[in-house]
Design a protein around this ligand. Structure first.
Ligand SMILES: CCCCCCCCCCCCCCCC(=O)[C@@H](N)CO
Length: 197
């Protein structure tokens, strides 16, 4: 999984970059679009390997953007939810029910809708491209130190940061309960550990 999702992406970009850089200034700006996943913004039960690979793409994209911006190459990172494809159907045959339930917090999109969000985001030159409402929230919650080209979005990220953290905690508590963990008990046990060590 890591080989395909991360090393594969890395080699493809590495191979394409010399040609992309050639005469760039006279050809206008270019884009590199990398498909991550909402499971690359938050770790999901059952997706240990998958989430690791999709989170890795963010580090790749952030560093890459710094390295190619002088060549007028814009990196976009897309974060789709579950998408109605034959691939998902195949995945559903073997994945834990809990994974489907938790991922269901963000619903499912048609491939066409994800494609449209992707193209629109690339055209706008967005670095982070969320695909649905839950994705907008996730992107604000995980804005981190990513580049932000829109003043409006930068403003929103700053204003919404703390309420969105609260919403994120509610989601965590909700998922804990699905895993039959008492969220309050979990919080107390982590503070007990601190006292002991
Ligand atoms: C701060 C508020 C947050 C609110 C929303 C949280 C919802 C998170 C749901 C994550 C779903 C991940 C699906 C990944 C699908 C995928 O990539 C694979 N199935 C592909 O096959």
């Amino acid at each position: 999984m890591f080989d395909v999702n991360v090393i594969g992406t890395f080699h493809l970009i590495k191979a394409a970059l010399p040609l992309m850089k050639k005469d760039r200034k006279s050809r206008g700006p270019a884009s590199i679009a990398i498909i991550s996943s909402q499971a690359g913004q938050v770790g999901i039960y059952g997706y240990t390997a998958y989430s690791a690979s999709k989170f890795a793409l963010r580090g790749l994209a952030e560093a890459l953007q710094h390295e190619v911006i002088a060549d007028d190459i814009h990196v976009s990172l897309i974060f789709p939810p579950d998408t109605d494809t034959p691939g998902l159907e195949e995945e559903n045959r073997r994945k834990p029910e809990l994974t489907s339930i938790i991922a269901g917090s963000s619903g499912m999109m048609k491939a066409d809708e994800v494609a449209k969000k992707t193209i629109d985001g690339i055209k706008k030159g967005s670095f982070i491209i969320p695909c649905n409402i839950e994705g907008e929230l996730l992107s604000i919650a995980t804005a981190g130190l990513s580049p932000q080209r829109s003043y409006l979005m930068a403003f929103l990220e700053v204003i919404a940061a703390s309420p969105v953290r609260l919403i994120g905690l509610f989601f965590q508590w909700n998922w804990d309960m699905k895993l039959e963990i008492d969220p309050l008990e979990r919080m107390e046990s982590s503070s007990r550990q601190k006292v002991q060590s």
